[in-house]
Design a binder for this molecule. Structure first.
Ligand code: ADP
Ligand code: MG
Length: 398
């Protein structure tokens, strides 16, 4: 079986005109001898009638947080609507299609509603449908427990569904269709002159996705990499070749940086030893935060000081823990973490210096930095993030 996964994001299925382009892509895949498996997200983005956020706003927070199973049932509706409408469009173009829920597509999960883990992918049903010459139109972002309850797989997880099915069905390729031409050197909404990346390795794109570039879900990259199945990011509305993601990446490229991305809603926490004399809790703090599942990054420990950042959503919990431990600390909210990624920057001197100089020349204050073989991080105030990304992009990729 020559299976091809074609995943279409929320904007790609949001209007009749766009769905017509989706049908063309499916038709072309069939003409090229593939058996396409279509995966769809809910239609539209925040604010639009059937988008996931709109559905979520129909119930109140307290109910949602205490009835996760019910919330998942509601959240699953967006993709169900989308898969039926897409099947209708395919039917109108004489392509036999069948909408399938995550469970019907064989995605079996545990009962961790809201962020369920996939336990198994049963391929018999979908394989039979494919053999019958029918195009399965699978709802992204969802699975099903062995008792038949609908579960969701975490936000942005339709890409993950596509990758999981791609590996389970040993697809030739996993195509992710969206509203940009592929992976660019920066979010094209922020940097107008961002360049399209032709080929990139799983590892680099994982860094990109994990550090905030929402063009592809990091878990999808991880799954495709493990199955060694090529991932291609393409634009539903154009014929652009897109970005190919594989294990090799672009061997010919000599550019130091691959790209720039960022993550907002960061809060920097700063604990000075002199303000916490004789408080032994300071040394236990990282353990206690870990036990409470608070995720930290940019952790710097000095004899006189501890600094780290957290997500804003965890701030209240961290503040409660600090109060309980009598730890005096300072915080800076409204921060963003800038990630400058490039597998070729290791061993090249002066990259950090050049970044810091570019930011300083534009009066952008840097609150903290960190670096690894492939990434340099700078924490800055969120109100200067777009300017910072543009400045660095211009100095490395003029
Ligand atoms: P979909 O609904 O199709 O899944 P997403 O909104 O999840 O689409 O992802 C596509 C968006 O990702 C683009 O509209 C773009 O603004 C954003 N994006 C962020 N960083 C990048 C990048 N480096 N390259 C391309 N797009 C990016
Ligand atoms: Mg997406």
């Amino acid at each position: 079986m020559k299976v091809l996964i074609q995943k279409f994001g929320g904007t790609s299925v949001s209007t009749k005109e766009r769905r017509t382009r989706v049908v063309e892509k499916v038709k072309k895949a069939i003409e090229d001898g593939f058996m396409p498996v279509v995966v769809v997200s809910a239609m539209g983005r925040k604010g639009e009638p059937y988008a996931t956020d709109t559905l979520l706003s129909l119930i109140d927070n307290e109910f949602k947080n205490t009835n996760l199973q019910s919330a998942d049932l509601l959240l699953s509706c967006g993709e169900i609507i989308s898969s039926v409408i897409m099947s209708n469009e395919l039917f109108d173009s004489n392509i036999k299609a069948l909408p399938l829920t995550g469970g019907q597509a064989g995605i079996i999960t545990n009962e961790n509603f809201g962020d369920a883990e996939i336990l198994e992918v049963k391929t018999d049903n979908i394989t039979k449908i494919l053999r019958d010459g029918i195009v399965p139109v699978v709802t992204g972002f969802q699975g099903c427990t062995d008792k038949g309850c609908f579960t969701t797989l975490g936000r942005g997880a339709s890409d993950f569904t596509a990758a999981v099915l791609g590996v389970a069905l040993k697809a030739k390729e996993i195509q992710i269709y969206t509203d940009v031409d592929g992976i660019m050197t920066a979010d094209p909404r922020i940097v107008k002159s961002a360049n399209l990346i032709d080929t990139i390795s799983y590892n680099e794109v994982f860094q990109f996705a994990d550090q905030g570039a929402k063009v592809i879900h990091p878990r999808a990259v991880e799954v495709a990499m493990r199955g060694n199945i090529p991932l291609v990011i393409k634009n539903t509305m154009s014929e652009s070749k897109g970005t190919l993601i594989n294990s090799i990446g672009d061997e010919k490229s000599n550019s130091i940086l691959t790209g720039i991305t960022h993550m907002g809603n960061r809060v920097q926490i700063n604990i000075l030893r002199q303000n916490n004399k004789d408080n032994e809790n300071v040394d236990k703090l990282l353990d206690i935060l870990a036990e409470n599942h608070v995720s930290l990054d940019l952790i710097n420990i000095f004899p006189r000081q501890q600094v780290f950042t957290i997500d804003n959503k965890d701030f209240k919990q961290v503040d409660d823990i600090m109060k309980k431990l009598n730890i005096i600390y300072e915080s800076i909210s409204n921060c963003s973490k800038l990630s400058i990624i490039g597998s070729r920057m290791k061993g090249i001197p002066g990259v950090m210096a050049k970044i810091l100089k570019s930011l300083k020349d534009e009066n952008i204050e840097v609150l903290q930095t960190a670096d690894s073989h492939t990434t340099i991080w700078c924490l800055i105030y969120s109100d200067s993030i777009e300017k910072a990304i543009n400045v660095i992009h211009k100095s490395f990729m003029p």
